[in-house]
Ligand binder design. Structure first.
Ligand code: 7RM
Length: 651
């Protein structure tokens, strides 16, 4: 039997049904929701749109002229009003909206009414800088409250924000500013990272020396002149605290058209220049509101923490817009998980009694490597729901997360989505579906996902193929900023009328989806389609393995042969014997065809700054090629080191 007909992942058969108590109290508790949404997805989304505050109702829910969608046409609303004002007017004025924790240990809590005043002051400050409705504002900030405030302030006055992650270089910032023609920049003197200071203003200065569109710069003082000296350019730069000190705490929100731009967010993509993913207002807000409500089961009593940076879409949708549209209390943390010590996350959960915790598999695997004693020493019993996003979560990591962090009590929502999709597309409704470790389960109600072959034909259960989305959804990207041709070509040209996600997937006999990573990463070994994810999941089941990345290396006979890069868990040492043992281990678990030809031990794997393993670079290393684009790497030294090591091991 070929691997294709028996994907290794489907051998993970544990099921975790929701507890009756969780199910009974959940925001989504009626299994009928799936059929109801499938029968009329547009009406389903309208139900959630109706739960938002509109200044003018929409005339038409959806206009679909493939590949261009418009949602809630004619409707007018403001995203900041939906995330802030309506909670102040409701019963949440004194409820904490943001509980912020700085890396050095300073904290700040903003209630919804305080957040409203801050957003209005910031909105007026932007106006004083000459920013108008329809303009673009670049934001280059650390994870401080001003970052969330800046997004909402832009939304309030109808300017589109373009957030650039605070770890990116001046070149990345420059390119992103130029592409969207931003006229103002919000930055800070610096940000804390592992006890050190990232000199954001200095980096920004280098970028804006080459971006004539930027007329004004607002600078938040996070660090102070001693550790982060800045040069303020007269007429261009102003301190944030000066701008807001002069600003009124009231600001009439703009009535935005549902299809007006809310933000642009750049994704690097594997080749070519970054794509400015273009999101609009009404549909996006409806999508993040509905998914945050049902997937995270947000209640007024929750303390919700998403560990992503707002520089990524996860932070846009599930730190800012989704939870705040639901009136939630959100924890926001500035720094690294190992500062001052490797238990920082668990200390934060204990301190703030976090109930919902949303993080990435890369972080989970790191915590596993650091050892159970760290979370075990903290009181994590406040938790009632765990989430995962960013990469496929290996069943082994899922089970560890469930046991060690969730105490075996709480549901895990593995949420599959993309910058382009705007909001969660595939994830369990935790009160309804039984979960299976390693599967993101079923599409969210109203979403139609499919697995298709090279010709676009639907594949039956057990066959790997391309993951596609068959119907428009409210938060979908509207285009690539300034390049509609590329938008059509990248997402809509391989199969007529359906959205190509670029990911591989397989469905099991219960209709659950198992994500296989990017299709570019899938190997063809002796005629078998093997996903790198399957081998990686098998490898991390071995007690010595913390994390692994598998790639296919060109092979004369087999076409490709699997090569595994492996990091070991604390207390284990890399050795030739361990390498041989791991090859055997994988061969026994998955069959001889999957047995890796090479195992290379390494202290770290090359990852993007959002934590995704960059297998493309590992392929370059294994093939002895010149390394491709490395600008999105979190730590370029890792790849250089690996390349040398690989060359010497081979030699
Ligand atoms: C939210 C985000 C998108 C890509 C996507 C996948 C991978 C994300 C999961 C996942 C398996 C998941 N946006 N991905 N979530 N793969 N299971 N739950 O990450 O634009 O930065 O990346 O991330 O390959 O296409 S993103």
């Amino acid at each position: 039997m070929s691997i294709d007909d028996n994907p290794a992942l489907l051998s993970y058969t544990h099921r975790f049904p929701p507890s009756p108590e969780f199910g009974a109290a959940a925001n989504a508790s009626d299994p009928d929701i799936y059929d109801r949404a499938a029968a009329d997805p547009v009406a389903f989304w309208e139900e959630f749109a109706h739960e938002l505050d509109w200044m003018r109702p929409w005339d038409q829910a959806l206009q679909w002229d493939c590949p261009h969608a418009k949602w809630f046409l004619g409707g007018k609303l403001n995203a900041s009003v939906n995330c802030v004002d309506r909670h102040v007017e409701g019963k949440r004025a004194n409820k904490a909206a943001i509980i912020w924790e700085g890396e050095p240990g300073d904290t700040r809590t903003l209630t919804y009414s305080e957040l409203l005043a801050e957003v209005c002051k910031a909105a007026n400050a932007l106006k004083s800088m000459g920013v108008k409705r329809g303009d673009r504002v670049a934001i280059y900030l650390p994870m401080i409250p001003e970052l969330a405030i800046s997004l909402l302030a832009c939304a309030r006055i109808g300017a589109a924000h373009s957030v650039v992650f605070g770890g990116f270089s001046s070149e990345s910032l420059r390119d992103r500013i130029m592409d969207c023609g931003a006229t103002a920049l919000i930055t800070a003197d610096g940000g804390w990272r592992r006890g050190g200071v990232v000199q954001l203003k200095q980096i920004a200065d280098a970028a804006i020396a080459e971006t004539p569109s930027i007329a004004k710069v607002a600078v938040v003082q996070r660090i102070g002149a001693e550790k982060a000296p800045v040069q303020m350019v007269a007429g261009r730069d102003a301190w944030w605290h000066d701008l807001v000190a002069d600003a009124s705490p009231e600001c009439e929100p703009e009535a935005m058209d549902s299809e007006d731009t809310l933000f642009i967010l750049y994704t690097s993509g594997s080749t070519g220049k970054p794509k400015g993913i273009h999101h609009t207002t009404g549909g996006y807000l409806t999508g993040v509101y509905a998914t945050a409500k049902l997937v995270f089961d947000l209640k007024d009593s929750d303390v919700y923490w998403c560990t992503a940076d707002i520089g990524w879409v996860t932070g846009h949708s599930y730190i800012v817009y989704g939870p705040l549209a639901n009136g939630a209390t959100c924890v926001m943390y500035e720094g690294a998980p190992d500062t001052p010590a490797k238990d920082r996350f668990w200390r934060i959960i204990e301190k703030h009694k976090v109930t919902i915790f949303y993080t990435a598999p890369t972080a989970i695997r790191t915590f596993m490597k650091w050892g159970d004693h760290l979370p075990n020493a903290c009181d994590l019993t406040s938790l009632r729901l765990l989430g995962s996003v960013g990469e496929p979560i290996n069943p082994e990591a899922w089970l560890w997360y469930h046991e060690t962090i969730g105490g075996g009590r709480v549901p895990i929502v593995d949420t599959w989505w993309q910058t382009e999709t705007g909001h969660i597309m595939i994830a369990p409704l935790p009160g309804i579906l039984a979960t299976k470790p390693g599967s993101a389960t079923r599409p969210f109600p109203g979403i139609e996902a499919d697995v298709v072959d090279e010709q676009g034909n639907s594949l039956p259960a057990g066959r790997k193929g391309y993951l596609v989305l068959r119907k428009p959804w409210p938060g979908m990207l509207r285009s690539i900023w300034g390049d509609d041709e590329r938008y059509s070509q990248v997402y809509w040209s391989k199969f007529a009328g359906v959205y190509l996600t670029g990911d591989g997937a397989v469905r099991d006999s219960d209709g659950y989806l198992w994500l296989m990573g990017r299709v570019d990463d899938i190997m063809l070994v002796a005629g078998h389609n093997i996903s790198t994810m399957e081998l990686e999941s098998a490898l991390v089941e071995h007690p010595a393995v913390a994390e692994s990345a598998v790639i296919g290396k060109t092979h004369d006979i087999k076409g490709q042969s699997p090569v595994a890069f492996v990091t070991v868990r604390e207390g284990f040492t890399a050795s030739h014997e361990l390498g041989e043992e791991l090859k055997k281990f994988v061969g026994q678990k998955l069959g001889a065809v999957c047995r890796p030809d090479d195992i290379l031990f390494t202290a770290d794997l090359p990852k993007t700054r959002s934590g995704k393993i960059m297998r493309r670079l590992l392929r370059d290393i294994a093939e002895g090629r010149v390394l491709g684009d490395t600008t999105t790497l979190a730590d370029p030294a890792i790849v250089a080191g690996l390349r040398d090591k690989y060359a010497s091991d081979e030699g």
